[in-house]
Design a protein around this ligand. Structure first.
Ligand code: F0G
Length: 387
């Protein structure tokens, strides 16, 4: 029995999951995984992501499952973050606690397990760093080869080091992330021996839904705020909430807040200016993880914003740095892109869209050690200055 199918969100064409090309033959859009029989929010005995196996990949046999126990991340509250944002009940869920230090592991465990099921021996991704770190790690763990397309001069050295250490074949792309993604799409047109691990792959989105399951189980937030780049999370979060509503697991819909960096905000323009098509931009921001001008998932992401009556906000690099300082000095810490979530909360509070009595879940997508490219001045003391 087929538990899941692939379906085009735009023209509705359905495909068998044994297919590994995730673009619709008819209209070229990115397919969705549709779980055929999810009327129950049933949990398994697994921990973390796979606790929700019956709503992310019910038909997957145990022998294909590749996991490093991702998920079950902690949620932090600190008065510094409340004072900074002007919202008392602000809770940050730390996805930097995942095995390779970012939320990508949640999607990667599902995608790599599917690669095993389909019998692939090589994986491929384009990345601003975190996807490549996770892809390299999970491919190595599964015993298969990984190739990563990276604009190596433009991403954090720490992330590049991760991919290199885990043994990825690193292909240097002369250009930015969007150039790397174009190269990936062209490669996939010419070859069928690579399994794609970007969020073009709808199984990645299935894994990332579990962030929302954990949030909705532990708290009942009015808003959920997170940084947005290629819009995989935006797509995943809306899909999770649509399915939970359909199953009757939740009785209200929290509003999503997708926060882009000002210099990389094509989705902000697309939604807020009610544009017919997404206009790509040449991305520029200190938050290298979300320096993306042509996000692949914008159609699914729009569906998420519409379903949740969500908001797309944008914040400047200065606002990102300020928010990062607050998160770091609270003893929690995150990489620059992640801080956009708190910066966005403050901005929407300042604009009166978030009320001070609202309950907010923010998502820290990557950990503090991920990005040392951001210039930091360290004031050190001499021994004599110790008070
Ligand atoms: N935060 C971090 C730390 C990221 O690495 C990314 C994406 C995002 C936020 C944005 O998430 O793409 O789902 O909107 N990084 C990708 C990568 C693009 O290649 O590592 P999104």
């Amino acid at each position: 029995m087929a538990y899941s199918i692939l379906k085009c969100p735009v023209c509705g064409t359905e495909y068998n999951i044994d297919r590994y090309n995730y673009l619709c033959d008819k209209c070229g859009n990115i397919l969705d995984v549709i779980q055929k029989d999810i009327n129950e929010f049933k949990k398994t005995d697994y921990k973390g992501v796979w606790k929700y196996k019956n709503i992310i990949h019910p038909g997957l046999e145990q022998k294909f499952l590749i996991t490093k126990m991702e998920g079950d991340t902690n949620v932090y509250h600190h008065t510094r973050m409340s004072e900074y944002s002007g919202v008392k009940d602000v809770y940050m869920k730390h996805e930097g606690e995942n095995p390779t230090g970012s939320f990508k592991d949640r999607g990667m465990t599902v995608a790599i397990s599917e690669a095993m099921r389909l019998g692939f021996k090589k994986t491929l991704c384009a990345s601003t760093g975190n996807t490549s770190a996770a892809a390299a790690s999970y491919s190595a763990y599964a015993g298969i080869e990984s190739y990563v397309f990276i604009p190596s001069k433009k991403i954090s050295k720490n992330k590049l080091m991760q991919a290199y250490s885990y043994g990825a074949n690193i292909v240097n792309i002369d250009g930015d992330f969007d150039t790397a993604m174009t190269n990936l799409k062209n490669t996939l047109k010419q070859r069928n021996d690579f399994y794609v691990l970007n969020s073009i792959n709808p199984w990645r989105v299935e894994g990332q839904k579990t962030i929302i399951y954990e949030i909705m189980e532990r708290m009942k937030p009015d808003f959920i705020s997170f940084p947005a780049g290629n819009l995989g999370n935006t797509s995943a979060f809306g899909k999770a909430l649509m399915e939970m509503k359909e199953m009757g697991t939740i009785d209200y819909i929290p509003r999503l807040i997708a926060v882009q960096a000002e210099g990389a905000s094509p989705f902000y323009n697309y939604i807020n200016n009610h544009e017919d098509v997404l206009h790509t931009v040449k991305a520029e921001t200190i938050a290298s993880a979300i320096k993306i001008g042509n996000p692949v998932n914008y159609i699914k992401a729009k569906r998420s914003i519409e379903f949740t009556k969500g908001i797309v906000e944008r914040v400047s690099d200065d606002e990102i740095i300020q928010a990062k300082k607050v998160i770091d000095r609270s003893g929690i810490g995150c990489e620059p892109a992640s801080a956009a979530s708190l910066a966005g909360i403050k901005k929407l509070r300042d604009r009166g869209i978030i009320d001070k009595s609202d309950k907010i879940a923010g998502i820290l997508t990557g950990n503090l050690l991920k990005d040392m490219n951001t210039d930091i001045e360290i004031n050190m003391l001499s021994l004599e200055q110790i008070k």
